[in-house]
Design a protein around this ligand. Structure first.
Ligand code: NAP
Ligand code: ZN
Length: 367
């Protein structure tokens, strides 16, 4: 038996955001957004929301911290907000989602992250409006929050923490510079591949994953080179959202945990940090998930897993993504701490066995 659950109401299309007023709630909104890049887009959002009471929380950093979530919760309570709108990349969306989920509960954010304090009740309604095509956070229950003191990225997730509504408008991604487009597109690719081979995958999630991989392979390079390419932007936004639906039930496996120390210690953008391990792990996992990787290759018009890996390696090179840990100044001396920091319970979902020794040897091949 398998089960699939994703309760998010999705509204997808060009100018979808213009109709945001149709989806709002009574009372005051807390609008959660990033610090700078999305200012012009935010102005437009506020025009579409005119006469709607709101408070702005525009202080979300990349890889949002537990302290930022606490500050947002405090503002949300002080202003008596009845729902939350997240507007921006994965960072503001994850932060807004966590604020909405926890604002009506008497819990500490770090406790929820570490002690997995049970939070069974649904929070305030959350409307997610992504401006990057990458994380799929608009359709997942996950908020990836950083403990800055101990340099750890931890997911808050619960069956009750899904957004209520996702307004997915490719127009909002047109302003993304090529480097962010590239990194976010690789995040989509990694979500799709990790979800496909996850031990938790099922018929629905695998179909979505395979479709998302094809969309990324066909659209990412041309959109990185020309950000005004409308069909490229639309297909990447679609890929991001459907890969998000896929991982919303399966979770990620091994590439995401490997990414966290690369982001936290080396400042590597999330998608680049995830994709750096993709080809090595595709080779390692293949004997344990032949069927889905063969189907993926075939659906992408390729004949084998090796051809798919080669296609992905070429894509990484063509969009200037790092492909080796040494490009981050990491060498053999770093393998021990890197293994410790990368090892997480997510690897239990990986189709091939992973213990610390195996992980060490896999990382060694990536130097
Ligand atoms: P991000 O950290 O949200 O944003 C990266 C940069 O892009 C920021 O400087 C941001 O500006 C800028 N930006 C966003 N939209 C833009 C636009 N339309 N035009 C120009 N610049 C724009 O990046 P992200 O890759 O989307 O999110 C990464 C985060 O999501 C990580 O913390 C990662 O762990 C998490 N994540 C979550 C999930 C999930 O399921 N919840 C899945 C994967 C990853 P501002 O400074 O103004 O924000
Ligand atoms: Zn990701």
């Amino acid at each position: 038996m398998w089960s699939f659950y994703n309760p998010v109401k999705i509204h997808f299309g060009w100018n979808a955001v213009n109709s945001i007023k149709n989806f709002i709630y009574p009372g005051k909104a807390l609008i959660v957004t990033g610090r700078s890049s999305t200012r012009i887009l935010l102005k437009k959002l506020l025009e579409y929301l005119k006469t709607t009471p709101y408070v702005l929380f525009d202080n979300v950093e990349e890889n949002p911290s537990a302290q930022t979530v606490e500050a947002g919760i405090e503002l949300c309570r002080r202003e008596n907000c009845s729902y939350v709108i997240g507007f921006g990349g994965g960072s503001p969306l994850d932060c807004g989602k966590a604020i909405a989920f926890l604002a009506d509960k008497n819990v500490n954010v770090l406790d929820v992250m570490y002690k997995r304090v049970l939070v069974e009740k649904t929070g305030l309604p959350f409307i997610a409006v992504p401006t990057t095509a990458g994380t799929g956070s608009e359709v997942t229950p996950y908020s990836i929050i950083t403990d800055t003191e101990n340099k750890k990225k931890i997911s808050i997730a619960n069956i009750n923490s899904f957004p209520q509504t996702a307004i997915v408008d490719p127009e909002l991604t047109i302003s993304k510079p090529s480097k962010i487009t590239a990194s976010c597109g690789l995040d989509v690719l990694t979500h799709a591949v990790e979800s496909a081979w996850s031990k938790n995958s099922n018929e629905i999630s695998r179909a979505l994953s395979v479709w998302a991989v094809k969309l990324v392979l066909e659209n990412l390079e041309k959109t990185v080179k020309d950000g005004t390419n409308k069909s490229g932007r639309e297909n990447l936004m679609l890929a991001s959202m459907i890969a998000g639906v896929a991982i919303s039930g399966t979770g990620t496996t091994i590439n995401h945990p490997i990414s966290y120390p690369l982001t936290l210690y080396k400042g590597l953008a999330h998608g680049f940090a995830c994709a750096i391990s993709i080809s090595e792990i595709m080779r390692y996992n293949y004997p344990y998930c032949r069927e889905i990787l063969d189907q993926m290759a075939f659906f992408c018009g390729l004949n084998s897993n090796e051809q798919l890996i080669e296609r992905i390696e070429n894509l990484l090179k063509n969009i200037n993504a790092p492909t080796k840990l040494s490009q981050m100044g990491l060498g053999e001396n770093d393998l021990e701490w890197l293994t410790e920091e990368s090892f997480s319970k997510n690897v239990e979902r990986n189709p091939a066995p992973v213990d610390k020794k195996i992980l060490y040897n896999l990382l060694k091949k990536m130097i």
